[in-house]
Design a protein around this ligand. Sequence first.
Ligand SMILES: [Zn+2]
Length: 155
Amino acid sequence: MKFNKRKFIKYLGFVLLFANICPIKSLLASSKKVINPNLSKRQKDIMFNEGTERPFSSDLLNEKRKGFYHCANCDAKLFASNSKFNSGTGWPSFSEALPGAFKTKIDYSFGMKRTEYHCAKCGVHHGHVFNDGPRESGKRFCNNGLCLIFKPEYK
Ligand SMILES: [Zn+2]
């Protein structure tokens, strides 16, 4: 077979392009798995592509009952209701997460430096955490309501 230099260069280009784009994507994808088969397209877009729901669209904004907020994908317990507060931002907000509930990474998208957080158990995106919280922790977890399931505590 005759060695085709032009084809080889083209092929090499593809390999380099692939190697550049894919490690990041596959790394992210490998740590996230759909566990709940009933997730909607919108939920998946937020959880797996770090999307954001429209502000003031979540039913959980007005949720004031006692209980726990769980991951809508893997059911891990993430927040206790006593950490929830009204931030006025339009997204369910919490002053602190349950220990070990989340892992964080620095997110530079949209020209901002923000701290993204995701479920420690299943890896899906939940929101961003800011240092302007009104309570003692100083934290404000800004969470997409679509990523959470509230389970009230019955007594
Ligand atoms: Zn999870």
